[in-house]
Design a binder for this molecule. Structure first.
Ligand code: SF4
Length: 226
């Protein structure tokens, strides 16, 4: 079954969901968002990646800010950079308008910081690959991150286990979005690196589905006390 245009959810939501389902719900269901220094630097880096011109260098073509979409997976997003490498092999390659020969696509995602301990970045990159594969009718074997600190490129193999993990998370994303309920917080050490810690209140909000519920209950208690 394919999704429709109205069902499409942002690819970027997957990294939030992989990090913490409550963080995903606070951002994508409740519209809460708190920029910290790291997220602000990330936004600037992505903007730069998207705004640069497309490029042509020998047997390499580079396009920036390519819109991605998959009706199979119900996702929409944007790739920072897609490189096309000249290839003799028509398999896993495409024709480019006005360019002779075959060209193999390769996704590069910009990250302002260093590699994370968890899998959330890899899952997001794999989801971008699933979209591009559907759009171009190819299978990608790998993709890359370009990290800002230190500045270096890191390849990611798009193996079967990563694909299965990504597909399961996409299914969960659509189910949680349809349910529309913010999960309770589960306090963990990684809460300290969460940009929404002050909004989430993981140590104090227990048994309330949303921050709104928590504040409502606080007001209710103070009114009862008068
Ligand atoms: S503070 Fe912790 S529980 Fe709350 S959204 Fe962030 S990671 Fe999740």
């Amino acid at each position: 079954m394919n999704y429709t245009e109205d069902d499409l959810l942002p690819i970027s939501a997957l990294q939030h969901l992989a990090f913490c389902p409550r963080q995903w719900a606070l951002i994508h269901l409740e519209g809460q968002w708190t920029d910290n220094r790291l997220t602000a630097e990330g936004i600037i880096m992505h903007d730069r990646a998207h705004n640069d011109e497309d490029e042509s260098r020998g047997d390499l073509r580079i396009t920036r800010g390519l819109r991605l979409r998959s009706l199979r997976w119900g996702l929409i997003g944007q790739a920072d950079v897609v490189e096309f490498h000249k290839s003799e092999n028509p398999e896993q390659s495409i024709k480019l308008e006005g360019q002779p020969g075959f060209w193999q696509p390769f996704i590069i995602e910009y990250k302002h910081g260093k590699p994370k301990l968890g899998h959330e970045d890899e899952v997001q990159l794999c989801a971008q690959a699933l979209c591009l594969e559907e759009m171009l009718g190819v299978t990608l074997s790998s993709a890359s991150f370009f990290y800002g600190q230190p500045r270096r490129r890191q390849d990611v193999v798009l193996h079967e286990i990563l694909r299965q993990e990504t597909e399961a998370l996409i299914t969960q994303l659509h189910e949680l979005f349809a349910a529309g309920v913010t999960p309770d917080p589960v306090y963990a050490p990684f809460c300290h690196s969460c940009s929404l810690e002050k909004v989430c209140l993981p140590k104090v909000v227990r048994g309330q589905h949303s921050v709104k519920d928590y504040i409502h209950q606080l007001i209710q208690k103070s009114e009862d006390a008068v």
